[in-house]
Design a protein around this ligand. Sequence first.
Ligand SMILES: [Zn+2]
Ligand SMILES: [Zn+2]
Length: 480
Amino acid sequence: MFDIGKKKKDDGIYLIGQNANDVTGSCIYIKYNGKKILLECGLYQNNNYLESYNINSEKFKFKPSEIDYVFVGHTHVDHIGLLPRLIKEGFTGKIIASHATAQLMKPLLYNCAFILLSEANALSFKYKRDYSPIYTEDDVAKTLEYIYEFDELHTQYILDDIVSFKWYENSHCVGARQLQLILKDKNGVSNSILYTSDIGSLNTKNHYVSNTEIPTDFNKVTIMESTYGEPGRINKKTRKFDLEHLRVAIETVTERGGTVVMPCFSFSRTQEILTNLYNIYHNTNFQYDIIVDSILSCDICDMYSNLLSDEDLDLWHKVKSWDNVKFIKEKEDSLACVKSHNPKIILSSSGFCTNGRILSYLHEYLNDENSMVIFSGYTGSDNSYLSYRIKNYKENKFIKISGDKVENKADCISLGTFSSHANRNELLTYGSKINTEKLVLVHGSIVAKNSLKEDLKEAISKENKTFKVVASAKDMVIGL
Ligand SMILES: [Zn+2]
Ligand SMILES: [Zn+2]
């Protein structure tokens, strides 16, 4: 572990977060002309509670009280989930976000505090020693006081004599932005850094977001995510195919009296699936209930009514007030819904099935051969994830859910086109069309970054450009 204060090469970009090695835990430290800045401060997420607890409680490699600004690109927990710990340990600077990101942070951070508490309790119980939660709801409440909203795209916001920034469009999720950070040196000369955060599709098929743009300005360093950089990560299915697959699956299951259980993340995926179901069925005589059962999902659905505008808002109003859609917040209503065996479609969280009310539905319906589990996103990399086991363990008939063995008899399908990340070809397009001196690949596996790096070199030379591509590694320092 290095100590930033002792580093000879002072000003620079320090890749201190887990996102230097992995697709989670985004945090980058920048020191420049006396200013100290973080690009996000996210939670490391892993299905091993002890490992993630240890990583998320590691001592910060900087003094939180010295940080001037934290820029937040979007509201996923792996990009914001460690902010309350930063405040707990003395941060008094500004957290900078778009309007929607700032608003969405509130329910998502409170939910994080709740999950961190239950994980700490589970660890204390398992290892018979005291694991205190990484932070509490009180820390979240304080964090919200440090958030500052800046919403306009392409406007240069001046924060002080040295630091200013611009936002660029990003289709990753509602509120998402790319950041151009502009820093002045001692002679007043500007240096800029482009940070994609997680980057959405250049031609998005998702609702309520606009296409990701490729900034044309020159930036000394560009930091790009590479989640889907692995070779072969091309999904040949189209959204049209997925929607047809979804329609046929729902009709088959409801006709035979079964329940469709869709594990969905509360923010973005739930609203996207709901909107697609509305588009498929609102003009038909579809008679089954589509139930959103999760407090967080319901809260975010309510927030969309305040965050969206124009045609997006019109569409969302129609979706939300559609007769077939029911929202369940109360626990008793949820328990009754789990036990009512009428044919229905359930959207519940979490998407990975690690916690939340989805577990009750899976416990009830996984052993029903008339029912079906439909995944619409990543199901985890190994059998430590319940979602992974449900999808891959057909031959191993029993699956443990909430301590009980449940027979894995329900059908299971996966829809592959709902991802909110740019695909591999789009990463190649983006990474070769930008104007920069150095392109740093973060937020990807080693295989993804190295493979993408090789193909990017070729794509960059085809564009008659010559800039360097660097695959990140933990604790790497990029000079400025
Ligand atoms: Zn994200
Ligand atoms: Zn991410």
